[in-house]
Design a binder for this molecule. Structure first.
Ligand SMILES: Cc1cc2nc3c(=O)[nH]c(=O)nc-3n(C[C@H](O)[C@H](O)[C@H](O)COP(=O)(O)O)c2cc1C
Length: 417
């Protein structure tokens, strides 16, 4: 046995060390409730709630053998295990105190199963005692599940190293702000051109810039006369198909592959379809989409998904749902070919702003364009946008342009390089 192993073994008997090591494992926070023999609501906070068996459905929690509250609820006919939400820390503190009357301060109702159910809990598990096993200074209370529900599908409260926190997804909704300020400063370089195009075309323009390696944000907006200011600034848009297509089209393989991997379907034909769309956008030099049917049910689903995404705090289940809605909206962003003799009601035209070494630095987008435009007019708009984008690009490529240098430095190594 090595010295290190000996140390670990002897220290394992030290209660402080046991707590310290176990503190590295996070737990959820639940309140176990029951009704006392004389009809009073009882509750205690546990970090030891766990699923045990599916068949039969069993769960467990572990009160200390000295818990006064558990002594009062031990003979109860029914327990309710209330999983606390990230915004219920006060409730947790109230319920963790061993004193009567604490239910006067919280919002609850008696469940059909006979135990107090806390309003606004994330989930509730209704159960009765199956077995109580003594395990050292704790009991393992095994319970049979009689009913269960998700009452509020939000992220849970977590307990870790003696402190409370929340869950943040490492996937779609992870927020990394390192490069955001530099990105916004970078977009400011193109403000004059964005304003000029908005005035000339009588539309809305926006400069889209990377907030981090998986999100774009609207950093600058401008409006022509009588064009309503609809686009909020700073809203994050996930870089996943079909969103950000015009941006990714001019990025290198690393960015393209990461974008494709975020598609909710990884079926080869779906991935290939997105690859072809990127190639088509790159080939034409711009992306043009038709006006969205604002009353289309899929479009309202998309708007709701984007709103939910921007609000953050998505549980993994909601994140997958939002991701799936976005993927299904690909038709709204399909880039179209401009053909003579046709008239167009366009949703948006997006052109890239290329910085140093032809790398995409920003996108310039025009939307709220006048309806019923013929092909020649649309081509004229595209040329105006392309000329403005070229001007912004030239400014960015000026040697030692401070904003661009800072932006490149703050952007993660494998992104846009
Ligand atoms: C985050 C957290 C987790 C807890 N987990 C447990 C637990 O698993 N078992 C336990 O007996 N007490 C646990 N407690 C303590 C009890 O909730 C609470 O302090 C106790 O029920 C009140 O004292 P009493 O049981 O002696 O009446 C926890 C407290 C907090 C704040």
């Amino acid at each position: 046995m090595t010295n290190e192993a000996t140390t670990v073994q002897s220290q394992a008997l030290d209660p402080a060390h046991y707590r310290e090591v176990m503190g590295h494992y996070p737990t959820g926070v639940a309140v176990v409730t029951a009704t006392s023999a004389d009809g009073e609501p009882l509750g205690m906070v546990v970090g030891t709630f766990t699923a045990v068996s599916l068949d039969p459905p069993l769960v467990a929690f572990m009160p200390t053998t000295t818990s006064g509250t558990f002594a009062l609820m031990r003979d109860a006919d029914a327990y309710c295990i209330n999983v606390l939400a990230h915004d219920q820390l006060e409730l947790c503190r109230t319920m963790a105190v061993p004193r009567p009357g604490k239910f006067d301060e919280v919002s609850w109702h008696l469940s059909d199963h006979g135990a107090p159910a806390l309003d606004d809990a994330v989930a509730r598990i209704h159960c009765r005692t199956h077995d109580v096993i003594t395990a050292g200074d704790h009991y393992i209370v095994l319970c049979e599940v009689e009913g269960m529900e998700v009452s509020r599908p939000v992220t849970p409260l977590l307990f870790f190293q003696g402190g409370y926190g929340g869950f943040s997804s490492g996937g779609l909704s992870a927020k990394g702000d390192a490069g955001l300020i530099e990105s916004v400063r970078l977009a400011e370089v193109g403000r004059a051109q964005a304003e000029r195009v908005a005035r000339t075309l009588g539309c809305e323009t926006a400069l889209l810039v990377a907030a981090n390696d998986h999100e774009l944000t609207t950093a600058v907006t401008a409006y022509g006369p009588n064009v309503p200011a609809l686009e909020p600034l700073g809203v994050r848009v996930p870089l996943m198909p079909p969103l950000g297509e015009a941006y990714v089209a001019w990025s290198d393989d690393v960015v393209v592959d990461a974008w494709l991997r975020r598609a909710s379907s990884q079926e080869p034909e779906v991935v290939e379809k997105y690859r072809r769309r990127l190639a088509a956008v790159r080939e034409s030099g711009y992306a043009v989409s038709r006006q969205r049917e604002l009353d289309h049910p899929r479009y309202s689903d998309l708007r709701e998904a984007m709103r939910e995404y921007a609000a953050g705090d998505l549980t993994p289940v909601r994140e997958r749902a939002v991701r799936s809605v976005i993927s299904q909206s690909s038709a709204f962003f399909e880039t179209i070919e401009i053909q003579d003799g046709e008239t167009y009601d366009l949703g948006a035209i997006v052109v890239p702003v290329l910085g140093r070494e032809g790398r995409v630095a920003l996108c310039l987008r025009a939307s709220q364009l006048p309806g019923g435009a013929d092909a020649e007019t649309v081509r004229g708009w595209i040329s105006t946008l392309e000329a403005a984008a070229a001007e912004i690009g030239e400014q960015l490529r000026e040697p030692r342009r401070a904003e661009y240098a800072a932006f490149l430095q703050a952007t993660p190594g494998d992104f846009m390089m």
